[in-house]
Write a protein that binds this ligand. Sequence first.
Ligand code: PBG
Length: 329
Amino acid sequence: MYPIVRNRRLRQNAAIRALVQEHQLSVNDFLVPLFVEEGQGVKEEILSMPGQYRYSLDELPKELAELNDLGLKAVLLFAKTPQSVKDNKGTEAYNPNGLMQRAIKAIKSAQPELLVFTDVALDPYSVYGHDGIVEGGKILNDPTIEVLCKMSVSHADAGADFVAPSDMMDGRVLRIREALDQAGYPDVGILSYAAKYASAHYGPFRDALDSAPAALKDIPTDKKTYQMDPANRKEAIKEALMDQDEGADILMVKPGMPYLDIVRELNHVTDLPIAVYHVSGEYAMVKAAAAKGWIDEQAVVMEQLMSFKRAGASIIATYFAKDAARLLI
Ligand code: PBG
C-alpha cells in the first residue's frame, strides 16, 4: 500500500519499463491479408482502404518478396471474382483453374515457405453476396457445406496450408476436416472463424471484393442469420468449443478491437491458439483519422496491435502487418 508501494518505480525509465513489459509484439504474430484479381500488371488501390491493393498474379512475386524481407510468414488470401462467373451456388469457388486456385499456386511457386491460408466462404462467388446458397429468402446450411468442402479440397489441391472457413454455417468444420482427410490432406489445417460477428466493420472489405449482400427483393440484406449478434458473449464460447470438437486447429475472433473480451474469454476455455482479425473497418477508421491529422497513426496502430496480444491472441490478421513489421525488425 502507498507510500510503501509506488507503482511508478517500475515506470521511471525505458530500461525498467522494458524489463517489466508483460507482452511483446513480433513479426511472428502476423497473418497478412492479401487480395488478388484477374488481369496483368494490376496493382489497384482499394478506395476505402488506402495503402491496400488488389494484385494480379504476375504482380505477386514482388509483393511476396517484400513480405519475406520483412520476416512475415503467412498470408490470408482473398480473390475478387469476376461478376461473369458468379452464381447462387458458388460453383466458381471450386474451379481448379479459378483465380484463387491459381493464386495459391503462384504464391507457392514464388515463395514455397510462405504459409498460405485461404478464405473459405461463398460470398465473393455468390451473385447475392451471401456466404451460402440462397433459397426462398434463406441461406441454406447443409447444401452450402457441401460446396465449402469442395472449395477446401480444391484449395488443398492447389497447395494451401490452411483453409479458413469464414462462412459461419453450422457443422462445416467437421465436414471440411473429413473432406480434407478423405482427399489425402491430413496435414492441411483449419483456421476457423469461430466467433464471427454480424459487424458493420466489414464495409471496406466488401468494397475490395465487390461482395456486399445484394439489395434485391426477397434476399436478406445482412448476414444476421448466420453471423453472430454483437450482444452475445456466451454464444461465442459455444461456437468456439463446437469448432474445437469438430477439429479446428486455430480459432479466430472477428472483428478485433470491439471484441477483445471474446479473445480473452476464449483463452480461458480452450488451449487452441486464438487468432484475431483486425478488420477492414478498423483499418479504415485509423487511416481516416490519421489522414485528417487527428491521431498519430504509428503509435495508435502499435497500441491496437498490442491490445490483441494482451487479450491473449497469438495470431493477428491485420492490414497493418507490413507497417508494424517495419517497426519491429
Ligand atoms: C467473407 C469474409 C469477410 C471478411 C473476411 N472474410 C466479409 C464478410 O463476412 O462479410 C471481412 C474482413 C474484413 O472486413 O477485413 N465471408
